[in-house]
Design a protein around this ligand. Structure first.
Ligand code: TTJ
Length: 651
């Protein structure tokens, strides 16, 4: 007989998830698909973070199902008092019962995710759960199946939780699920995406072994991470291309009320201030109250140290916060309840209580740390660097003042490079930022000059990641971009003065092109964010091939797949031209394929795309062996559907 659930509203809940999946997991593209996995992994991480598990394995199977295993205490198998079914069944069928089961089992629980295992169940063709506890093995299966009403219902238990027999020495939870291909655009998870996230989680959860196995190919792919130093190892990794001025990193933690705060920091001899913050293992790329608390405390504690150590004399003014953050690489990790993420990408922590908590923990941990003689050397190096930074800051300020006075006289902007358009309607005007002078030349000839302006970028704009704003402003390529857009930069940026409705990045489909694109996106993301969030930034897609037939119109192919399809058509008599770069295209070709609004393909860059590129460039960079360019090319390629970016929209 079919197993039926006592509580009918349970099924209605899961059906609601199926009806509007995006409301629960963000999207039905690759991002949403991976979200399913993070939901399950989150539960295992909770168990590990509370000290009951130290190994988590993710296995990608040939049929696209995924298994997550931990060696924790196991999902409760006892019968839930009110609901009359096992804990396992509650977790997988009750919306919002997620990892917060019983609410007291854990000190804290998931954050942005945390919509729970039931959502995964609702969006899977089937789920199997095995729990090993007290040397007994239990199993339950769920599937989407027809109900008594003749309709399809998802996540229905096929049987109650059943004891299968005895085990020896095994303990923990094994969850396997097959994402429903009727819900998702694709159900193939990406090894790279999973691998990177597991590595990040391994850094954030010291000592937990994270394993990924991919059994889909002819040979099994596998990666394994375990960091005994936790976020201290993370900081070292982030700093490995830099010269750190002390080692090991300063790594401290503490709690304030029920908020756990942990940070690791290490200064290098550069200038960038890189603070990477996480709340419940979720990156907060846009900062928030916890970061503010950290900065306030660091500035105060360091100024106090400088007074005490005599680095600052009585008459000397306090050093500025930014002085202590020059060359700082820091990872800040919080664990707390009732997290509120704000902003468009939900990347900003909004909880007001986080600021005083971080401030208190950092102050109370760092003050005695500097009093320990073994750490004096580190403190002095930071102080010394800050004093230098303050000196430079003062010089820059003076230099700027004179420059500004001068500029007023000879305000001849960099008009030379920009070929502006004749029309004055900024709501239709477009700016093409084109890689290289030769492509720039073709674009100038091919464009519709009434509304299309061309800005060729010579050489390469500098990598903003490792630079201060002043340095960015000194770079000629960026200056020309800023001037052309006419809307200012940083805090002064004002969309109302923007001269173009569309800003189109046109770069070659090779490594250099991807690198330039990533640098430009990172630049816009950091210094002109509304430009992206209001949807003004686009990636222009130039074709890679031209297939010419004797009698019919030529065909342009934008990727290898399209070429294959084109050649399969059967027409034997064709000639093939491969464009190695934009520069190889004639003005007419460039217009026809890439610039003409009636025929071109543009991908609009979303704020999520840009945030991801920035996260990729600054945190998830691969090993030294792989060059930066190759890495960006591989993972931030807007031409590929299967990596970071979900959709290519035609605009
Ligand atoms: C709850 O409180 C009693 C002891 O066990 C706690 C618990 O839920 N542990 C637990 C859940 N360990 N692992 C999980 C888990 C692991 C995976 C892979 C998936 C899910 C939904 C839960």
């Amino acid at each position: 007989m079919e197993y039926s659930v006592s509580n009918i509203t349970v099924m209605e809940g899961l059906d609601a998830v199926r009806a509007r999946p995006a409301m629960y997991i963000g999207s039905i593209g690759p991002r949403g698909l991976h979200h399913l996995l993070w939901e399950i992994v989150d539960n295992a991480i909770d168990e590990a973070a509370n000290g009951f598990a130290n190994e988590i394995t993710v296995t990608l199977h040939r049929d696209n199902s995924v298994t997550v295993t931990d060696n924790g205490r196991g999902i409760p198998v006892g019968i839930h008092e009110k609901l009359g079914v096992s804990g396992v069944e509650v977790v997988f069928t009750q919306l919002h019962a997620g990892g917060k089961f019983g609410n007291d089992a854990y000190g804290y629980s998931g954050g942005l995710h945390g919509v729970g295992a039931s959502v995964v169940n609702a969006l899977s063709r089937w789920v199997t759960v095995e729990v090993c506890v007290d040397n007994r093995l239990y199993r339950q299966e769920f599937e989407s199946a027809e109900g008594a009403d003749g309709k399809l219902h998802s996540g229905k238990p096929r049987m109650p939780l059943t004891e299968l027999g005895r085990t020896r020495g095994r303990q923990g939870t094994v969850v396997q699920f097959l994402p429903d291909d009727r819900v998702f655009e694709t159900i193939q998870m990406s090894f790279d995406t999973v691998q990177k996230r597991l590595r990040e989680l391994a850094y954030l959860n010291r000592g937990v072994r994270m394993v990924i196995e991919d059994k889909r190919g002819s040979e099994m792919k596998r990666a394994e991470y375990r960091f005994a130093g936790g976020i201290s190892d993370f900081v070292k990794y982030l700093n490995k291309e830099n010269n750190s001025i002390y080692d090991p990193p300063v790594h401290l933690s503490g709690s304030y009320g029920d908020i756990l705060v942990e940070f690791a920091m290490q200064h290098n001899d550069g200038y960038a201030d890189n603070l990477f913050s996480y709340v419940n293992n979720i990156p907060t790329a846009d900062g928030g109250t916890h970061e503010t608390g950290f900065r306030t405390a660091l500035t105060r504690v360091m100024n106090e140290y400088c007074r005490r150590a005599g680095v600052l004399k009585d008459k000397d003014p306090q050093l500025a916060g930014e002085d202590f953050r020059e060359g700082l690489t820091c990872v800040l990790s919080l664990k707390m309840r009732n997290v509120q993420f704000e902003g468009q990408t939900k990347g900003k922590l909004g909880n007001t209580e986080a600021k005083p908590a971080v401030e208190a923990v950092v102050t109370q941990a760092l003050t005695p740390y500097w009093e320990d003689l073994r750490n004096t050397d580190t403190a002095n190096r930071i102080a010394e660097k800050a004093v230098k930074a303050a000196r430079v800051r003062e010089q820059t300020r003076k230099a700027k003042e004179t420059a500004r006075a001068k500029n007023k006289l000879e305000s001849a902007p960099l008009v030379g490079k920009l070929s502006s358009c004749t029309g004055r309607d900024t709501s239709v005007n477009e700016l093409f930022i084109v890689e290289g002078d030769s492509a720039g030349g073709s674009a100038k000839q091919g464009r519709d000059r009434r509304f299309q302006a061309i800005l060729p970028l010579r050489g390469k704009p500098l990598n903003v990641e490792k630079k201060r704003l002043e340095q960015v402003l000194q770079n000629e390529e960026f200056r020309s971009v800023i001037t052309a857009l006419g809307a200012g930069i940083g805090e002064d940026f004002d969309l109302r003065s923007l001269r173009y409705n569309k800003v189109v990045i046109l770069s070659d489909a090779d490594q250099d092109g991807a690198h330039i694109r990533a640098i430009l996106l990172t630049f816009f993301y950091r210094y002109m964010r509304p430009l992206i969030s209001e949807g003004h930034v686009y990636i222009g897609m130039a074709p890679l091939y031209k297939v010419t037939y004797p009698s019919s119109a030529p065909l342009y192919c934008y990727d290898d797949k399209a070429l294959q399809t084109a050649l399969k058509g059967g027409k034997k008599n064709y000639s093939l031209q491969r464009f190695k770069g934009l520069g190889e295209m004639s003005a007419d070709q460039l217009w026809e394929t890439t610039m003409d609004p009636a025929q071109r393909r543009l991908t609009r860059v979303t704020i999520e795309d840009a945030a991801e590129v920035e996260h990729l460039v600054s945190v998830l960079m691969g090993d030294k062996v792989q060059s930066r360019k190759e890495y960006i090319f591989e993972y931030a390629d807007f031409n590929r559907h299967d990596t970071l970016f979900e959709r290519i929209k035609k605009v």
